[in-house]
Design a protein around this ligand. Structure first.
Ligand code: GDP
Ligand code: MG
Length: 186
């Protein structure tokens, strides 16, 4: 029997680092980079299934994209409860957005009582010369915080799927391990 699991993904990071662009490019199969779209007010939900390699199983990702400005409102905070996995995004041309990742991670930790699979995503690699955050610094921070590091460009639709696939697979693996533990206890 093929399994269909559901995972709740929350995307966090400073305003304008590209969370909505990444989510929308992934959701639309890279068919378009939204050239202009209204800033999300509150929260948007995108759902997309990812097949797990070498199985008939899939993980349906429920991606909650919250607008930076609204993120502290009670309304948005409600959608952050009990995430399954987390995506922390920063802009490689914006040092402040990188520094903020620590703060975002701490906020996420208040919403869960376990260590979640997570990715750190450096976006806007297309702006080559304007880059200020080095891959090494980002990788260090990711390693220290148990995150897998990815770089992408939502604008060029480059490497957008990789972080989501990683999250789906990590969630699946965690689920399978839990099932194994339950079996040994049964
Ligand atoms: P959010 O506030 O984190 O959701 O950020 P948005 O997705 O709204 O993006 C903020 C701005 O950055 C918009 O003007 C986007 O067009 C732009 N943007 C997003 N991703 C990229 C990217 O990969 N490269 C470049 N050059 N611009 C991007
Ligand atoms: Mg947004």
């Amino acid at each position: 029997m093929p399994k269909l699991l559901r995972a709740k993904v929350i995307t966090v990071g400073d305003s304008c680092c590209g969370k909505s662009a990444i989510t929308q490019v992934f959701h639309s199969d890279g068919a378009h980079f939204p050239k202009s779209y209204s800033m999300t007010v509150g929260v948007e939900l995108c759902v997309k299934a990812v097949n797990i390699p070498d199985t008939n199983d899939s993980v349906e990702l429920y991606i909650y994209d919250s607008a930076g400005k609204e993120v502290y409102s009670d309304y948005v905070q409600k959608f952050w409860e009990h995430p399954s996995v987390v995506m922390v995004v920063f802009d490689v041309t914006n040092e402040t957005s990188f520094k903020s990742c620590q703060k975002w991670l701490e906020r996420v930790k208040t919403k869960t009582n376990q260590d979640l699979p997570g990715v750190l995503v450096g976006n806007k690699t297309d702006l080559g010369p304007r880059r200020v955050v080095s891959p090494a610094a980002a990788r260090d921070f990711a390693a220290q915080n148990g995150l897998q590091y990815f770089e992408c460009s939502a604008k060029d639709m480059e490497n957008i799927e990789a972080p989501f696939y990683f999250l789906a697979n990590a969630f699946y693996k965690m689920y399978e391990e839990k099932v194994e533990v339950m079996k040994t206890l049964a």
